[in-house]
Design a protein around this ligand. Structure first.
Ligand code: BGC
Length: 378
């Protein structure tokens, strides 16, 4: 599991991330980056605007990758390179071997930089080494892969788990001490899943009774549903006071399993990602919360990092990566960790609507109209 090298508080990290981004922006606006001149390709940076960014994403089952990560990165690379740069994108569909082959293909095709969101942080290491040997920088995107990574950008993943764990305890209130809960964690091949779990446990342990805990193979909702049905038959539907689910895809499956078992009222279920269907479940009172991770901030900064790295803009690159993390193979990897916020029925307006992640029209379809009206979402 990766560790963070800072004793800073979450708030301080937010400040640093924001000020790093702001510093990078203002440096580029002034045209004084690294003494090689601003956006002007003629000022002989290491590489001009005609660059190729390889983007490797892990799966499609969760909405975020194709709906936010890929399009935002693609657009931002376009903006940063006056539309001369391009993104070559491959999705591994949750298959680690396929992803290694995709990465080797990109190395063979001599892309200029790779943004890698690993299916399996460990098994991708040989490909990361190959890229390094070929002189292609690798930036770990969202999940920290092993091997010689140049930089890492993600959310503060331990904080994600803490926010989820705290939500469970708050939802149970005075009943927490006597409550039995089920934990539905993510895939063991994803270091983020370990951090979510650790963060959540730091809030849950000694406060609730965790009667069942699963590591969900491949993060797949169908596996989560099977595990939840098993928990229901072993613990008893009425004895489950809440379910900690690490993300929204699994939360949907957990809720389906509860309904199929005959649950009248759904107990508090957590999630993460602010998936459209999860936000709708929150609106309808079926899912207790999600964690809103501002994808535009993660994805645009990843694109900035990749372009800055290839163009040799080291001051901008350093400004973007003021944090640092350790992986099991490497220490002090320059990093940016973006902050997250709990998403409940009370702050839909201030989060996903304010950031234009969704419109009211998308959220408040006929099925959710009455609940939306009740929450004042117009
Ligand atoms: C990501 C989550 C996502 C999960 C499953 C994690 O690494 O941070 O946003 O839900 O993978 O793809």
């Amino acid at each position: 599991m990766n560790t963070r090298n800072t004793g800073k508080t979450a708030a301080r990290r937010t400040f640093l991330a924001l000020s790093a981004a702001a510093a990078a922006l203002s440096l580029s606006a002034c045209g004084v980056i690294d003494g090689v001149g601003s956006d002007d390709a003629s000022a002989t940076p290491k590489k001009g605007n005609d660059i190729t960014v390889g983007l490797l994403l892990p799966e499609k089952e969760n909405q975020r990758y194709e709906k936010f990560d890929y399009p935002i990165i693609k657009d931002q690379v376009g903006v940063l390179t006056k539309h001369q740069g391009k993104v070559v994108y491959a999705n591994a569909l949750q298959d680690a071997e396929r992803q290694s082959a995709q990465m080797e293909g990109m190395i063979h095709d001599k892309v200029d930089v790779i943004l890698l969101d690993a299916v399996d942080a460990k098994s991708i290491e040989p490909a990361v080494r190959k890229a390094k040997d070929a002189g292609i920088p690798v930036i770990a995107y969202d999940r920290l892969a092993r091997g010689p990574i140049d930089a890492y950008i993600s959310f503060d993943n331990e904080l994600v788990g803490q926010v989820q764990g705290r939500a469970v305890v708050e939802a149970l209130g005075t009943k927490a001490g006597t409550s039995k809960i089920v934990m539905m964690n993510g895939s063991k091949t994803d270091p983020n899943a370990g951090q979510f779990k650790e963060g959540a446990l730091s809030e849950l342990e000694n406060k609730v009774n965790i009667v069942k805990s699963f590591d969900t193979v491949d993060w797949k909702p169908e596996n989560a549903k099977r595990n939840m049905s098993q928990a229901i038959s072993e613990v008893g539907l009425d004895n489950i006071a809440a379910v900690y689910s690490a993300n929204d895809g699994m939360a949907g499956a957990v809720i389906d399993a509860l309904k199929e078992a005959g649950a009248g009222k759904i107990p508090p279920v957590t999630g993460q990602d602010a998936d459209l269907s999860a936000v709708q479940r929150i609106i309808a009172g079926q899912q207790y919360m999600s964690v809103y991770k501002p994808y535009p901030e993660e994805a645009t900064n990843a694109a900035e990092m990749a372009v800055a790295r290839v163009q040799g803009r080291s001051i901008e690159f350093d400004a973007l990566t003021r944090d640092s993390v350790d992986s099991p193979t490497h220490q002090k990897i320059p990093a940016m960790l973006v902050q997250v916020v709990a998403l409940t029925k009370d702050n839909i307006q201030e989060t996903v609507l304010k950031d234009s992640i969704y419109t009211v029209k998308e959220l408040c379809t006929a099925k959710y109209k009455a609940s939306c009206d009740h929450l004042g979402l117009e």
